[in-house]
Design a protein around this ligand. Sequence first.
Ligand SMILES: Cc1cc2nc3c(=O)[nH]c(=O)nc-3n(C[C@H](O)[C@H](O)[C@H](O)COP(=O)(O)OP(=O)(O)OC[C@H]3O[C@@H](n4cnc5c(N)ncnc54)[C@H](O)[C@@H]3O)c2cc1C
Length: 352
Amino acid sequence: MISIIGAGPIGCYSAYKLALEGYKVNIYDSKGIIGKPIQCTGLLTSQASKLVHIDNDYILNKISVARLHAPNGKYIDIDMKKENIVIDRAIFDKNLAELAQSQGVKIFLKHKFENFSNGKAKINNEIIKPEWLIGADGPNSQVAKCSSLFTNRKLLIGSQVRAEMKIEDQKIMDIYLGNGCFSWSVPESEKISRLGVVSYEHSNNLLQKLVRENNAKILEHQGGLIPLYNPKQKLRNKNVLLVGDAATQVKPTTFGGIVPGLLAAREIKYLENYEKKCNKIIKKDLVIGLKIRKAMDKFNNKDYNELVNIFSTGKPKEIIETHDRDFPSKFILKLMLAKPKLLKFAWKAYWA
Ligand SMILES: Cc1cc2nc3c(=O)[nH]c(=O)nc-3n(C[C@H](O)[C@H](O)[C@H](O)COP(=O)(O)OP(=O)(O)OC[C@H]3O[C@@H](n4cnc5c(N)ncnc54)[C@H](O)[C@@H]3O)c2cc1C
């Protein structure tokens, strides 16, 4: 029996993949309802639909332009050759849970994992002895904590609201550089947008500012923690594995965790070889993303203004318009060659 802690998208997809291999899998989650509360913008690149089937009925919007705002008020429009989708995250999670159940996976809600020692897991007040225990229990993973796998991870705060506001064009998402790590407005319809900020600190204050500037009427708060990818993160200790946010598998550039988490979950079937297989697939891009993040963390407003200027025309713009941001390893060198001025920023990354 394999026990997975966490019925989020990555726990459910891992369960589905294991069940396809013939394993008996149980998922335990402390929540009472899958997918709620929502703590996500629900923005996915085209890569997501290569990994899982995404029904049109929970795609709320399609984004074709990313408008990058510099602190000096200038902006550029990045015409994304492959549209991004904005999903209803609650239905997305529920569908993945049903996919797992269709392969015989059992899901136990209101079951809180407490601890794990000597091969025994305590869930609510029951003791179970799984062959494999998989922690898909999010950024603050209790499974990681009980298995000496938590390490000294850094957690950021993602503050977000759904809000009614004036939206110029629902196909355009706005990304503001220099406000926290960055902030955003991602429309889900012609009147409602998801406004958010990711930051190491004060993210709520920064979000309030964004809300005021957009004269937005808040409908719902949807914040949560986001782990910063840690390249030293171990994914296995004996018969315990970690996946998804629990394993810090989140893009450090944009803090999207669904695509890297799904890519990792696809490898979970290898069990004792999962760590090796998984690192081969996702580590390179996460490490490059971390270098970019660490460099950006040192940017001042002048750097951001210059960066937006560099991307405003020519080859660099074309390169970011045609590549998915999931895999920076596929375009970072092209960018440097197209615009050697970018080396100035790479220098910051080198010393990060
Ligand atoms: C504000 C914000 C916006 C975001 N926007 C995006 C976005 O647009 N695109 C994107 O790709 N990513 C985004 N993310 C990141 C994304 O939400 C996560 O990467 C994703 O949810 C990770 O899925 P997971 O299954 O690993 O973990 P989670 O979704 O966190 O699921 C973990 C599950 O484990 C359960 N659990 C936790 N502890 C226990 C326990 N002790 N016992 C039992 N169950 C437990 C929880 O109840 C939960 O159901 C955003 C995050 C935030 C905070």
